[in-house]
Design a protein around this ligand. Structure first.
Ligand SMILES: Cc1cc2nc3c(=O)[nH]c(=O)nc-3n(C[C@H](O)[C@H](O)[C@H](O)COP(=O)(O)O)c2cc1C
Length: 421
């Protein structure tokens, strides 16, 4: 049995049951999302640091304008004056979504991953603007991630697309789901799909820094299925985290899942936004190189390669231009750690910051090599070339392998040596 024997039904549309998860900042690019869409699946773009992403893609200057506006405050640990311009956030979000949606060519869909923990100095207003602008620009679905908030549906309940856009949530426990559902039922807007993300996923984890090891995806998915049954709710459940082969996916689909969400296998594709030399680090990683740490100022544990440059950062906080993790009081854990370290270094010690990192800068510069637990297995999925480097597969290669493979077989792409220039 293979993934292709199953279909995901969302409303009146049918999809290949493969969802490529959102990977910020611009790791799940427009091109990667479109590859899934073209093949009849679902691809995500992510709105993490969307103004900065637009600057890179369209040569806009949101970041430099914001940096200039607040440059007077760069030496001040108090960032409470540094707001995003909501009109610019909306403009950037629209630009990015329209750019992606206008290139759709298949029967699949493009969803947007919106991390609610991206508090952007004003969590409600910036989230509201991001969600509304994505809907205005024609996004097919909104996946509410990291930091899921009870009030989120209220933020968009008056939008004309509230009932037509697909709305999904990412949860890592039944408890998170039941809390969200209370408000959703009151608003008569239950989610269209539920992504259950287990402890082996990439990015931020919805578990404690130690207890992630004690959880298991199949068990959480079963709990969610049971709960939905007792509530008479028929909502597609989509497991995520550690699903590495088509057979892993089939095991979930046979047990009642409607689709799977996958990401790690796509990080090394040609379409992924990671720089090619970082993709080689992912491919060369061994299991002991993959760590879960607590350096993210969001407060969530995060999985990454232990040689990620972001783990050695001692840079000055970059909030004037970026500032995506400033909370509603203008604070971020890294600012505090930075100024503490600066104080001790002035007493003759070398500056070292180990408890927090400047994640905004790290993600923007592709210095935070966040990855799923199965990253060490990526070398099973492609060919080594004569110069010792790894061939980068296309997103289609990986998508097709998930869709058609059986018996845990992994189909590598046809071997192609680099063309010497
Ligand atoms: C490099 C990378 C970046 C990620 N970034 C995000 C993100 O920005 N937001 C989010 O909700 N999930 C993020 N994730 C989680 C994925 O969307 C997905 O649910 C999960 O990684 C699937 O498990 P797998 O990587 O084992 O296939 C990220 C995953 C990876 C590998």
């Amino acid at each position: 049995m293979k993934v292709d024997n199953f279909r995901l039904q969302l409303g009146n549309k049918e999809y290949i049951p493969i969802v490529i998860g959102g990977m910020g900042v611009n790791i799940s690019t427009t091109e990667l999302a479109l590859a899934a869409e073209k093949l009849g699946g679902i691809g995500h773009i992510s709105d993490a640091e969307v103004c900065y992403v637009c600057d890179q893609l369209f040569k806009t200057s949101y970041t430099s304008r914001k940096r200039k506006k607040y440059s007077y405050n760069a030496g001040n640990p108090d960032k409470s004056e540094e707001y995003f311009d909501l009109e610019e956030v909306a403009e950037a979000q629209k630009k990015y979504v329209e750019h992606t949606i206008s290139q759709k060519s298949g029967n699949g869909a493009i969803f947007m991953n919106c991390m609610e923990k991206l508090t952007m100095r004003n969590s409600s207003d910036t989230l509201q603007v991001r969600l509304a602008a994505a809907m205005d620009a024609g996004i097919d679905g909104l996946t509410l991630a990291a930091g899921l908030n009870l009030r989120t549906l209220d933020l968009i309940k008056d939008h004309e697309r509230f009932h037509d856009v697909k709305i999904g949530i990412i949860i890592s426990s039944l408890r998170a789901l039941t809390i969200f559902m209370k408000r959703a039922v009151k608003l008569e807007r239950i989610p269209d799909y539920i992504i259950v993300e287990g402890p082996l996923a990439g990015g931020h984890l919805g578990f404690g820094p130690d207890d992630w090891k004690t959880h298991e995806l199949h068990a959480i998915v079963n709990e969610v299925h049971k709960f939905l049954k007792t509530q008479n709710l028929n909502i597609p459940v989509i497991p995520a985290g550690g699903i590495f082969t088509g057979t892993d996916a089939v095991n979930f689909l046979k047990a009642g899942a409607s689709a799977v969400q996958v990401a790690t296998r796509f990080t090394i594709t040609k379409e992924s936004g990671l720089p090619d030399k970082v993709k080689q680090h992912y491919l060369n990683a061994e299991h002991e190189d993959i760590v879960v740490n607590t350096v993210s100022p969001t407060g969530y544990p995060m999985r990454m390669l232990r040689n990620s440059p972001v783990l050695n950062y001692t840079i000055k906080p970059n909030c004037e231009g970026l500032g995506y993790l400033l909370d509603n009081k203008g604070k971020c854990g890294y600012i505090e750690s930075y100024y503490k370290a600066l104080e001790s270094s002035q007493k003759g010690q070398r500056m070292k910051i180990t408890d927090q990192t400047c994640l905004c800068t790290g993600m923007a510069r592709y210095d935070c090599w966040t990855c799923g637990d199965t990253t060490y297995r990526l070398k099973e999925t492609t060919n080594r070339m004569s110069d010792g480097s790894w061939q980068l597969p296309s997103a289609e290669d990986i998508f097709r392998d998930y869709r058609f493979s059986e018996d845990n077989h992994i189909q590598k792409p046809p071997h192609k040596e680099k063309v010497k220039s």
